[in-house]
Design a protein around this ligand. Structure first.
Ligand SMILES: NC(=O)c1ccc[n+]([C@@H]2O[C@H](COP(=O)([O-])OP(=O)(O)OC[C@H]3O[C@@H](n4cnc5c(N)ncnc54)[C@H](OP(=O)(O)O)[C@@H]3O)[C@@H](O)[C@H]2O)c1
Length: 320
């Protein structure tokens, strides 16, 4: 089969490396180039063989049909502009072009919610990792108008350390992270909130989101526990909203058991579960979502979106 040439900007980072590995195993794609500035000239060992990292400025961009940008936010937007000017489609993994960040009209790549706008798209803003877990968990409740109007939704989520990227920082040293657990960006100020708020508004949600991220001493994975005040006449079958909205979705697993990171690691899936909270005066649900931050939360979803942009089968090359 003819393989479509694709490039990766930021291939020495966690998300970029995951992309290169998934591309190496993808039957419809081939890696045309992979960039890194600090490590340019070094070989990246992939299942398909070694690939030499090239500086971003020297990337043969025009030879690719699609380019993934796994550059840090702030640096990505300018490269997305340059790549688009040279012709290839782009899937941008940074937050630069996501909803809530000032750029309008760029399809948001939360695939299960926005598939129709991603087919053949020249440019896609891939979601953040926490927003992928939290928005996939909340969307059916918002769409079915099952959240108590004006409610505050509390989302507590913990991520493995690869979520912070691989630039050296003192607080990410092994000695600081191991056998430890802490919140960060407390005060409802995390940089993923704008895209979550914008997406909730676009879905018609009348709610406030209170989001507190935590740092978990594992390499990869996100578990979100979301407390949702719901309407009095919530369906007796608690799972019904998700079962209906996500029927036939290859990468959403709705389970009775509570999801755990072990269920989702190295898979492009979001595992969801729901429980009724007892002992409260208002009807309240607990919704749980688990993803691999580097796969469904980054590189896997980016390939899911690239498949749609390129006219390939959506699940092609992805570990379900
Ligand atoms: N990690 C995750 O779980 C995750 C999830 C979802 C989305 N994302 C997004 O994906 C992007 C990459 O994240 P990451 O965690 O993989 O970051 P990372 O580990 O810090 O990697 C960043 C990559 O970009 C390159 N780079 C840095 N500054 C650059 C510049 N000014 N110009 C060109 N290249 C530059 C780096 O290589 P050099 O330093 O050698 O240039 C490296 O290859 C970010 O926008 C992030 O928000 C990450």
């Amino acid at each position: 089969m003819h393989r479509i040439p694709v490039g990766v900007l930021g291939a020495s980072g966690y998300a970029g490396r995951e992309l290169c590995t998934l591309i190496a195993d993808h039957p419809g794609l081939e890696l045309a180039f992979a960039t890194a500035n600090e490590r340019r000239g070094e070989a990246l060992e992939l299942p398909s063989g070694p690939v030499t990292l090239v500086a971003t400025e020297e990337a043969p961009v025009a030879g690719a049909e699609l380019v993934f940008s796994a550059l840090p936010h702030g640096a990505s937007a300018e490269w997305v502009r340059r790549v688009r000017a040279a012709g290839p489609r782009v899937v941008d993994l940074s937050s630069d072009l996501r909803p809530g960040h000032g750029a309008n009209g760029i399809p948001y790549g939360l695939t299960e919610l926005n598939r129709a706008n991603l087919r053949g798209a020249p440019l896609i803003a891939n979601p953040g990792c926490y927003p992928t877990a939290i928005l996939l968990a909340l969307a059916p409740l918002i769409r079915h108008e099952l959240i108590r109007p004006g409610a505050t939704i509390v989302a507590d989520a913990a991520s493995g350390v690869t979520g912070a990227g691989n630039s050296p920082r003192a607080e990410m040293l092994f000695g600081e992270v191991t056998e430890n657990f802490r919140a960060y960006a407390a005060g409802n100020e995390h940089r993923h909130l704008p895209e979550m708020r914008a997406t909730i508004a676009a879905l018609g949600g009348d709610l406030d989101l209170l989001f507190t991220p935590h740092l978990l001493p594992v390499a990869r994975g996100i578990l979100a526990t979301i407390t949702v005040p719901v309407v009095d006449d919530f369906p007796a079958d608690l799972q019904a909203p998700w079962a209906e909205d996500y029927a036939g979705e290859p990468f959403i697993v709705l389970g009775h058991d509570l999801p755990a990171l072990r269920d989702v690691t190295r898979r492009n899936v979001a595992r969801l579960a729901v429980r009724r909270a007892s002992g409260l005066r208002q009807p309240t649900l607990l919704v749980f979502a688990a993803i691999d931050n580097l796969v469904k939360g980054a590189a896997g979803q980016a390939i899911q979106n690239a498949n749609l942009a390129l006219g390939l089968p959506e699940p092609m090359g992805l570990p379900a």
